[in-house]
Write a protein that binds this ligand. Structure first.
Ligand SMILES: [Zn+2]
Length: 363
């Protein structure tokens, strides 16, 4: 009966090879890689993690869903609620952060993927993108809408359990914070944090059942920063976010720029020309832009050739001094003002499908 034993050993070796980081990631770091693999692969089968084409389906535009997380906030223990109260943002992390001036010019950059979802649609999850990042051992940061986390709970928990990834807030229903008062901004931020905490509770319950409870120490208790929907901000919004403990993390490279008119190869060439040490790259992982996967494939190869290391935003923030501006934008100041008029409900709604966009949207 030597053959099955040998086969088992080979399979174990293969699984370890798959679980280990490779390529652009941190192949030399043993601890986090194994922690990541233990929690992620202890709770889901490979097939469940890979997902299916159905994950990418974008739901129809329907009547707005204005409900909040279940039992918000009564379901949370006082201890948990206290843990969600973040200290104010320190002065050096205020403003709209576009990139980091990395000490020593080290070739590091952060890929970020927004998971946008408005009150009247379901935005999906592009499993090809996450599968590619996992296969290449690439670290990444996801800015998840609160309502998106609620409508995609398994995917959200898989991202949380993968310690190579990091999550930030993208507001509850993609609110345009430049159009909102302080109370409306809090109504976008707090339920998102609560939804994350509810999913983390569920993740902890499952981890405990499998004897993996200790792994939860590596899953952050709260979303540590946020991304402004549409890149739109105001002095009031930035002050409210700073007081609530959310640095606003934007980008200096719009990774899917003008995807309607350019090929993936052309977009990737532009990205690679723009990415410099300390860059933060904006992409989406919810199949809203259509060419992200093909662009990403090329960008990853190009960055590897150029000797770049990809890190999470949290790691990048510790490597140097942020470059911040007062107003968010995509590629040039003012290039996002049009979105104030395109998306109704202060940015929280997809337009009526019978009244299509007057310009091409970049959510
Ligand atoms: Zn968005």
């Amino acid at each position: 009966m030597k053959t099955p034993a040998l086969a088992r050993k080979l399979l174990l070796l293969l699984l370890l090879c798959v679980a280990l980081p490779a390529g652009l990631g941190s192949a030399a770091e043993p601890g986090p890689g194994f922690g990541s693999a233990a929690l992620l692969h202890g709770l889901w089968t490979p097939a469940e993690l890979v997902g299916t084409e159905a994950d990418r389906v974008i739901g129809p535009v329907t009547a707005p869903d204005l409900s909040l997380p279940p039992d918000f906030p009564a379901d949370l223990s006082p201890d948990l609620l206290a843990s969600l109260t973040l200290p104010p943002v320190p002065p050096e992390l205020r403003g709209v952060i576009r990139r980091i001036h990395v000490r020593g010019g080290r070739k590091v950059a952060a890929l970020t993927f927004d998971l946008c979802e408005r009150a009247n649609n379901v935005a999906g999850y592009d499993n090809r993108i996450i599968n590619l990042l996992r296969a290449r051992g690439v670290k990444a940061t996801f800015f998840a809408g609160g309502k998106w986390m609620r409508s995609h709970p398994e995917k959200a928990m898989q991202l949380m359990a993968d310690l190579r990834f990091e999550l930030g807030s993208h507001t509850w229903t993609h609110g345009n914070l430049a159009l909102m008062d302080a109370a409306e901004i809090r109504a976008q931020m707090q339920p998102t944090q609560v939804q994350y905490a509810l999913l983390r509770q569920e993740l902890a319950r499952r981890a405990e059942q499998r004897g993996l409870g200790a792994q939860m120490a590596q899953v952050p208790r709260a979303l540590p920063f946020m991304r402004l929907p549409y890149g739109r901000s105001s002095a009031l919004a930035l002050e409210e976010l700073a007081q609530s403990g959310y640095p606003a993390i934007q980008w200096d490279v719009e990774g899917e720029r003008d995807e309607e008119v350019h090929s993936p190869a052309s977009i990737a060439r532009t990205d690679l020309a723009l990415i410099r040490p300390g860059s933060i790259v904006l992409m989406h992982a919810n199949a809203v832009p259509e060419k992200t996967f093909e662009v990403l494939t090329r960008v990853l190869s190009g960055l590897q050739r150029r000797g770049y290391e990809l890190v999470t935003v949290g790691e990048l923030l510790r490597l140097g001094r942020p470059e911040a501006v007062a107003d968010g934008y995509f590629s040039e100041p003012g290039d996002n003002l049009q979105y104030d008029a395109i998306f109704p409900g202060k940015g929280t709604l997809k337009p009526d499908p019978t009244r299509p966009y007057t310009t091409v949207p970049v959510p």
